[in-house]
Write a protein that binds this ligand. Structure first.
Ligand SMILES: [Fe+2]
Length: 311
């Protein structure tokens, strides 16, 4: 059986086929920095139809125009990652993670006052490379809001983010030990002693956190949508004269359609289609094929900027 038939792509709106064994459920939202909040919110509205759902703590929280769920936040000042927030399953997941972090000697603090609305509790920790991560327990979501729904609006969801660090193995071990991430795919260094890339997951889908070698920073935040919306999105940016940096294309391991777009400030957003379902018991494996095919089965390889620039 080929790898193509072993990893199906399924609709992310379908419930998981099994209960995930870890405490974290999904990437809830990511907050990135922009030099100007008003200009940033305007651009993200024009780009994806995201609307400002709330402003608190100097952050504008942006929601999907279809579901009303917050998927992205903008913090004023600079560029790059402000924080990433992962949601726990309902129940005692937050307490169990707090216990796990305490046992691993990881410092954290209570930060429910600096997160999106409808959050019951939140813990905040700093990763070894200095990025801020938040683990949150959210109140159950109400029914999707259709208030102000614009016909043709895109159903934007959270997907994953990619961090760069000089110590891929170190950061990966940290998120595995302290938070229960699992490795999906990796690329060993030529000497075989280290890894250049790791794709790690907290649920049944291919990855929610990708870790690549490089100076510490945020390479991209990915937002996803279903396949039909992806093609509507391409038509939309065509009309808006918003250029892509790389794509449209289709990743090999992840199986998702993708297009990378830089915002006016330099932050990179990946707009993606549904991601491959790998399940809880997927065994870590090396990525396959030539680099260009791994990145984009339709070719070509990413441009120089994709390798050399991030925030
Ligand atoms: Fe990505």
């Amino acid at each position: 059986m080929s790898q193509d038939t072993m990893i199906p792509t399924v609709d992310p709106m379908l419930p998981p086929k099994q209960d995930w064994a870890g405490n974290l459920a999904a990437l809830d939202h990511t907050v990135i920095k922009v030099p100007d909040l008003v200009e940033g919110a305007d651009w993200y509205n024009r780009f994806l139809g995201l609307t400002v759902a709330d402003r608190r703590g100097g952050i504008a929280y942006l929601a999907s125009p279809v579901s009303g769920q917050i998927v992205l936040g903008l913090a004023e000042g600079g560029t790059g990652l402000d924080y990433m927030s992962f949601r726990v399953h309902e129940g005692d997941g937050l307490d169990r993670l707090a216990h796990r972090m305490k046992s691993a000697g990881v410092a954290y603090d209570d930060s429910a006052d600096r997160t999106r609305p409808d959050t019951e509790r939140a813990l905040r920790l700093t990763l070894p490379e200095g990025q801020t991560k938040q683990i949150m327990q959210a109140a159950p979501r109400d029914k999707p809001s259709t208030r102000g729904l614009t016909p043709g609006a895109l159903d934007i969801r959270t997907s994953h983010l990619q961090l760069r660090t000089p110590d891929v193995m170190g950061l990966s071990r940290f998120v595995q030990d302290a938070l229960g991430f699992r490795v999906t795919n990796y690329v060993p260094t030529p000497d075989g002693d280290n890894h250049m890339i790791q794709f790690t997951r907290i649920n049944d889908y291919h990855h929610q956190l990708a870790i690549l070698a490089g100076k510490p920073g945020l390479h991209h935040v990915a937002l996803s949508m279903d396949k039909d919306d992806f093609f509507a999105f391409l038509t939309h940016i065509e009309r808006e004269h918003i250029p892509v940096e790389y794509g449209p294309g289709r990743h090999y391991e992840v199986r998702s359609l993708f297009a990378y777009v830089r915002d006016p400030f330099g932050n990179r957003i990946e707009v993606a289609g549904p991601m491959a379902y790998v399940g809880h018991d997927y065994t870590p494996s090396t990525v396959e094929h030539e680099h260009w095919y791994h990145m984009n089965m339709w070719g070509p390889a990413p441009p120089k900027t994709w390798f050399e620039e991030w925030t």
